[in-house]
Ligand binder design. Structure first.
Ligand code: AHM
Ligand code: MG
Length: 335
């Protein structure tokens, strides 16, 4: 069995000019995964971790204690390395420029949702960490600026997630396929368990918060009815599965085939999910596994971000399913 550490070193050897900086960042994310795994596993025993922190994050959403904890751990782990020039997080209003000599000379910036689906922690349902890595565009030797963080998703150098589920897994891509590693708690190492993951082109599962049905655009309503119709040749009706943790819903669909949708609605006119912390990394992974990601009308990875906490509708998963859903969006565009 190959460990994540061995895998990272092996992949680095494929790029003789690589100086190991990206490998170093992936190693620090691996450490963050272990720390969050450890604390999530004790959540039921520790009142300092479960529950609401009593403050709202920048999105105006209740911040859970573990949200704040995961954010601080991740920031600390990244600051401690020489390779990271700045960090943008769903849990902090502004990006942080690591304005030290090492930070100013570092090449990469990281965006993350340190704890996605955190409202699920108190009830023992799987949550995740999502990360996205870009090469800075500002000159080396200076502090990073907002422009470094507002790059379109197709510029990502690496992206991935950790899902803290029945086992903890780290899944990531550096633009050369998607690989998954399962955490062996007895050894304290991630082992390569899912090599070169490919998402089935067709799936039988759709994931959406259907309680919001009446608030959805017509294209989504029509697509949901399509999913529920009887048709033997396309294996419909599909199964509805919605955990309410993007990472878990995405992970299931990645392995088994399916589509995850968080559309616009009258409640969330721009969608709920964040382009930089959730949309782009998931889109990069989906495409690398042979799937697709769209905002309903255009490729997620082509969107030019204008703000750090920008929201986007998201249709992501099996290629044929995303194509079908977006064809309904186009057909009922103005309704
Ligand atoms: P979060 O980043 O604040 O946890 O919000 C994102 C989460 C996703 O994980 C999940 O798919 C979605 O929000 C669930 O939202 P809803 O409860 O509206 O269905
Ligand atoms: Mg979150």
């Amino acid at each position: 069995m190959k460990t994540l550490g061995e895998f990272i070193v092996e992949k680095q050897a494929d790029y003789p000019s690589a100086k190991g900086e990206l490998s170093g960042i992936l190693s620090s994310i691996r450490l963050v995964a272990k720390v969050i795994h450890r604390d999530i596993n004790k959540a039921g025993l520790n009142n300092d971790i479960i529950g609401n922190s009593g403050i709202e994050n920048v999105q105006g959403e209740a911040q859970m204690k573990l949200d704040a904890f995961a954010h601080e751990k991740m920031k600390a782990a990244l600051i401690a390395r020489d390779e990271v020039a700045g960090f943008g997080s769903e849990e902090e209003e502004n990006f942080v420029a690591f304005d030290t000599e090492r930070g100013r000379n570092a090449k990469y910036i990281i965006l993350a949702d340190p704890l996605d689906g955190s409202s699920n922690i108190d009830v023992n349902v799987a949550v995740g960490t999502i990360f996205s890595i870009y090469r800075r565009i500002s000159p080396i030797g200076t502090a990073v600026t907002l422009a470094d963080f507002l790059q379109p998703g197709h510029k990502q150098v690496a992206a991935g997630y950790i899902v803290y589920g029945s086992s903890t897994m780290l899944v990531y891509t550096t633009g050369n396929g998607v690989n998954g590693f399962t955490y062996d708690t007895s050894l304290g190492v991630f082992l390569l368990s899912h090599e070169n993951i490919k998402i089935p082109q067709n799936g039988k599962c759709y994931s959406i918060n259907e309680g919001n049905y009446l608030k959805f655009p017509m294209g989504v309503k029509k697509y949901l009815k399509y999913c529920q119709e009887e048709d033997e040749s396309s294996h419909r009706p599909y199964t509805s599965r919605y955990i309410g943790s993007l990472v878990s819903d995405f992970h299931r669909n990645l392995l088994k085939g399916g589509i995850y949708i968080y559309p616009t609605s009258t409640h969330y006119p721009l969608g709920k999910l964040r382009l930089l912390y959730e949309g782009n990394p998931m889109a990069f992974l989906a495409e690398q596994a042979g799937g697709l990601a769209s905002d309903g009308y255009q490729r997620i990875l082509d969107i030019e971000p204008t703000e750090l906490h920008q929201r986007t509708p998201l249709f992501v998963g099996s290629k044929n399913m995303v194509e079908k859903a977006t064809s309904f969006m186009l057909e009922y565009q103005n309704q």
